[in-house]
Structures are given as C-alpha cells and as structure tokens.
Design a protein around this ligand. Structure first.
Ligand code: PHE
Length: 452
C-alpha cells in the first residue's frame, strides 16, 4: 500500500458503511419513481419484474462494483486505471461521471419541488380534495424558471456543505441520523394509510399482478429502476466501496442494503396506494402522482395536513443520502486527481452541477420546446442515465469481474483474504456475472432501444 492510499479517508464504523450505502440507494427512486412506475406498470406485475431485476441483475453488479472500489481504493475513474492500467476500461468510469451529472441535473430539480411542497403543505396551501389544486400548484411551480432554479441551487448548496465535512464527518454522520428518521416517519404515514376504509383495494393493486399492463417498455423501465435505485453501474458504489472498511462483509452489506431499500419502496407503496384507492384517485398518474395526486389524497383524510407535510418531509430526508453519493462521484474524482483539495473539489462540483442542471430545470418553462429524440432535457437526462449508461456500465462491471478477474481473485477479495467463509456464495455469484446478468441486461437493453 502506498502512503497516499493509507491517508485516504473512509467510513469510520460498520454502521456507517451500512447507513451511507443505504442512504445512497434510498431516495426519489423509492418514493417518487417506484410508486408512479408501479402505478403505470400494472401494480404487482411491475413489482414482480422489478424484484427479478433486483435479484438477478442489481445484486450481482452491486457486489462486483463495491468489490472493485474497495480493492483499488480509488474513485470511479482511478479504480479502473489502477486495476487495468493501460487499457480503455477507465472509459466506463468516465461515462459514470457523466451519468452522475445527468442524474444530479434532474434529481436536484425534483428535490427542489419536494422542498417547495414541504413549505406549501405546512402552510395549508395544498389543503384541497380537488386534485386540480395540487395540479395548479405544481404547474405554477415548475413553469416559473427562477423559482425552480432558486430551489435547485439551494439544494446543491445544502448537499455541497455537507460534503465539505468529508466522508466520515459529512456523509457517514448525516446518513446515520437521517436513515432512522426516515423509517420512523414512513411507518407513521403507512399506518395512517392502512387505517383508511377501502385500504385493501390499494394493497391488492400493489400485491396482485395484472400482467396485461406489462409491455417491453415496462420491463426496460423496471430494469432501469433497479439500476437507479441501487445506485449501480456508474461508479457511485465503486466510490463508496473505496471507503468501505477492510473488514466489511461486502455481500452481506449489499444484501442488507438491497432488502432495506426494497422495504422502503414497499412502504412508500403502502403509504400511497391504499390512500389513493380509498379516495377514488387513479394510481396511473405518472411522474405527477406525488405532487398532484397526493395532496388531494392527504387533504381527504383526517389530520391530512400534518401527514402531508410529514410525507413531503420524509421524501426530502430520503433524497439527501442519494444526492450525497451522486455528488461524491465527481468530488472524489477531482480530489483524487491531485489537482484540487477536497474543499475546492466540492466547490467546483457545486458550480458545475448548477450549470449542468439548468436545461433540466427549464424543461418545464423556457426550454420546453427544446427536444432531442422527442424528449426534453429533463426526460432525456433521466432516460440516458437510467436506461442506457447505467445498464451498459453494469454489463462492463460484470464482464470485467467475471471474465478478467475470475472467480479466485473475486473469492479472495469478497472473503477479505479468507477471513469470511463465503465460498459457496461466490460460486453462485460468479456464473451470474459471467453469463446470466450481462445477457439479461443486453437483451432488455436492445429490445428497449428497439434494436430488435
Ligand atoms: N438510488 C438513488 C434513488 O433511489 C438515486 C441514485 C442513482 C443515487 C444513482 C446514486 C446513483 O433515489
């Protein structure tokens, strides 16, 4: 180990490894995307496909990605350069950094909406059983360019200032507080939702499959969501893996994060669908489900304003850990290049993200007519990252870990040099990353992109 490797900061405790990684996974993917995609994709049918994608695609890649990061102890690009010097594998990391920018651009925009809605909900402005009120509030918010930019930049400054604290005192400390808070608030909203008359209909929507709604696009979306939700394929988990302690049990941490992340998604579904059905609203409301339908749903129930505020607040809480990890990808890259210290790297990244985010944010106002392939910047950033770059990055991670590293080297890394007895697990993981996972991703990707 070189001196530079030893001096590199990392997560200080085992709990911190878990909360930071879970913090990255949990976010808008669980509380905004998962419910509206489930609503559009036939409820339980979508859930089932999503589960398969998580187990067969998400989990194996996440294990491989964290393993590579910890082995190299470097950032998204540096990891490849260190492990495969003189080759082109580092381009996978470079694409990942681009994905971090694309995702942050639209992510911070949506988080800006969430923060605005916390204020609006608390002030009572959204108290109306007519969904038109939520619709009007949402429309007025997104069509005002300065308002949207103001909140987006505010969000970036908030996340940037946490990152100034560093990996252990910034990321780890924050997620250790936020994750339990999130679970408690989410449980409270779920209990409220389940106590409503007619809650059963919402539950059966979520747990009884309707396969007639499943199309190729639904399958591609479910897979894209598995990548997005587990923050894989783009170097986030590689960067976090580089902060993992030497004694961390990678497969075990990964499995726990995946299960807890799934639990948060299901709880978000339980918080939303019973209430939606109970008051006769439609589950297939698309990306506006959270902002247009939910205020009307909450306004219909007793203590609605309180629960509505809590709901948007918990959504805001959930997004912080995810944004920290997205932001950390370029920060670690710039700081690791040796050109900038960590603090200047955070400042440069904040400014770059603020500029990059403008087209996504203005997609609903000034730049609504600027489209490429029929998509505005907001949709294009989302599609390109979740449905293209992350899956391609995932395939590369599989091929590299499965075929180039091979089982023995992976076994050595995943067992912490023989300290953990997980050979059987590695024997299952290895054929998955060699054959099953990349093949599934290639098929879904090509079909989704209408190649065949
Ligand atoms: N997993 C996060 C979420 O569900 C989003 C994310 C994607 C974070 C990619 C990091 C990297 O909201």
């Amino acid at each position: 180990m070189t001196a530079a490797v030893q001096r590199r900061e990392g997560f200080a405790s085992r709990l911190g490894v878990l909360t930071a990684t879970l913090g990255s996974a949990v976010g808008l993917g669980n509380i905004w995307k998962f419910p509206y995609m489930t609503g559009d994709g036939g409820g339980a049918a979508f859930l089932l496909i999503y589960l398969l994608a998580t187990l067969l695609v998400g989990l194996p890649i996440m294990i491989g990605e964290i393993m590579l990061g910890r082995s190299a102890r470097s950032n998204a690009v540096g990891t490849w350069k260190r492990l495969a010097p003189g080759s082109h594998w580092y381009l996978v990391g470079a694409a990942g950094v681009l994905a971090a920018f694309l995702i942050m651009a639209f992510y911070t925009d949506v988080v800006g909406w969430v923060f605005t809605f916390i204020v609006k909900a608390a002030s009572g402005e959204l108290n109306a059983v007519d969904p038109k009120v939520g619709e009007a509030a949402f429309g007025a918010m997104v069509s005002n360019p300065w308002h949207s930019l103001f909140w987006q930049w505010g969000v970036l400054i908030l996340v940037g200032s946490i990152l100034l604290g560093g990996v252990a005192k910034g990321i780890e400390k924050t997620t250790k507080i936020l994750m339990p808070v999130l679970f408690i608030m989410l449980l409270a909203v779920c209990v409220r939702s389940l106590m409503l008359p007619g809650a059963g209909e919402g539950l059966s929507f979520l747990f009884k499959p309707d396969f007639s709604k499943v199309t190729v696009d639904v399958v591609l979306n479910a897979m894209g969501l598995a990548f997005f939700k587990l923050s894989i394929g783009m170097g986030t988990m590689m960067t976090y893996g580089s902060y993992f302690r030497d004694d961390a049990d990678i497969p075990f941490v990964t499995a726990r994060v995946m299960l807890a992340d799934l639990l948060v998604s299901l709880l978000a579904g339980i918080a939303i669908f019973p209430a939606v059905f109970s008051y006769g609203f439609t589950p297939a409301a698309g990306p506006g489900l959270l902002f247009m339908t939910m205020p009307a749903v909450f306004s219909s129930l007793p203590f609605g304003q309180f629960f509505m505020t809590m709901f948007f607040l918990l959504t805001g809480v959930a997004t912080i850990g995810a944004m920290l990890s997205l932001f950390e990808v370029p920060v670690a890259l710039f700081a690791g290049s040796g050109l900038l210290g960590r603090k200047p790297a955070v400042i440069v990244t904040t400014i770059a993200l603020a500029v990059f985010g403008v087209p996504a944010t203005l997609s609903f106002s000034t730049m609504a007519d600027v489209t490429l392939f029929g998509k505005n910047a907001f949709d294009l950033y989302d599609f390109l990252s979740s449905n293209v770059i992350l899956p391609v990055g995932g395939i590369c991670i599989c091929l590299y870990t499965g075929w180039i590293w091979g089982r023995e080297r992976a076994q050595e890394a995943l067992s912490n040099a023989g300290t953990l007895a997980n050979a059987a697990l590695v024997r299952v993981w290895h054929p998955l990353v060699c054959f099953v996972t990349p093949l599934l991703v290639v098929l879904v990707l090509l079909r989704g992109l209408k190649v065949f």
